[in-house]
Design a binder for this molecule. Structure first.
Ligand SMILES: [Fe+2]
Length: 319
């Protein structure tokens, strides 16, 4: 792992396998970009199925020349879904060199300990230090509050095989082939974070900017930036702008992940988000998880050739 200002190196190819997302459909077909998992073995359909849940977990493998690196980005909500899908997809989790958490919410951290238990190690856990902050809440319009469960603690992660790397700022990993953004600068004005998010500090409730929100950025050879978000609590457009600023690269080839455009608070910014994305002209758009059905529909309409409908078990290949 290297701290910037080393340069993000080009990669020849990246493969992104969805271990958990909100959606599964075993009848989807392959395209140039996406390979769907088999739902039959020989002459018989599989007895068991991949499962979906409200969460995100992506297995990401980058290739440069003879070099390969595999990392895990987020670990879903339940302790059941990701391990179940890993077993059904026949994935060898010993390949995982590092786990990056997009933020500490429970739909991104659920299977973390289960997966760490299954990896011999060593494994690096990359997380913004703000992810350890507790307690944090959502306050509803009627004033009622729900507390987020405590999903991460340094004590619970004190495994010998785990090295925790806390990054407030951008870092490079996978021999400089993957950038983790660290805290995302918020510049767009229309992306205002998660309404009602609060953190308790010295007995007082303060707005929670979810500063632990971070994304992955790759530089795909001859194609441009690949931006992979978890929940985009900083805003997906802010995240892409930040990736451009960090790398000095402007061409955006692919945008994948949770864009968090669901529900009455976010649906009003769907069109603005689409118009900003149109300015960037990505060739691949894969909305996942918290993007929401309405935004997914609109992205399909507005980007008919770039749009990919994600589903658990799908493998996106960018090269
Ligand atoms: Fe999420």
């Amino acid at each position: 792992m290297n701290h910037l200002p080393d340069t993000l190196k080009e990669v020849d190819r990246v493969e992104i396998v969805t271990l958990i997302d909100n959606y599964v459909d075993v009848l989807l077909t392959d395209t140039d970009v996406v390979t769907r998992p088999p739902h039959a073995a020989g002459e018989e359909f599989l007895r068991d199925t991949l499962v979906a849940e409200h969460g995100l977990s992506l297995l990401i493998t980058v290739y440069r020349g003879p070099k390969t690196h595999t990392i895990l980005f987020d670990t879903g909500y339940s302790q059941i879904g990701v391990p179940h899908n890993i077993a059904l997809l026949g994935i060898q989790i010993q390949r995982i060199e590092a786990i990056v958490l997009s933020h500490a919410h429970m739909d991104h951290t659920g299977s973390l300990h289960k997966i760490l238990d299954g990896i011999q190690g060593p494994v690096t856990l990359v997380v913004h230090p703000g992810a350890f902050y507790y307690p944090r809440y959502i306050e509803q319009d009627d004033g009622k509050r729900q507390r987020f469960p405590r999903t991460l603690s340094r004590e619970d992660l004190a495994y010998e095989k785990v090295k925790i790397l806390e990054n407030e700022n951008a870092i490079l990993m996978a021999e400089n082939g993957i950038m983790v953004t660290g805290e995302v600068e918020r510049t767009t004005g229309f992306e205002k974070g998660l309404p009602g998010a609060l953190m308790e500090k010295e007995g007082e409730m303060k707005p929670d900017p979810i500063s632990d929100d971070q994304a992955l950025v790759l530089n795909l050879k001859e194609k441009g930036l690949v931006v992979i978000s978890g929940c985009s609590h900083s805003g997906i457009i802010n995240t892409i702008f930040h990736a451009q600023k960090l790398t000095g690269l402007t061409k955006v080839h692919a945008v994948l992940g949770g864009f968090h455009l669901t529900g009455p608070a976010f649906e009003p910014i769907i069109e603005k988000t689409i118009s900003e994305l149109k300015n960037m002209g990505p060739e691949v758009i894969v909305p996942m998880h918290c993007t929401g059905w309405k935004a997914i529909q609109r992205l399909d309409q507005e980007f008919p050739s770039a749009f990919v409908l994600n589903s658990v078990g799908s493998k996106i290949t960018l090269a």
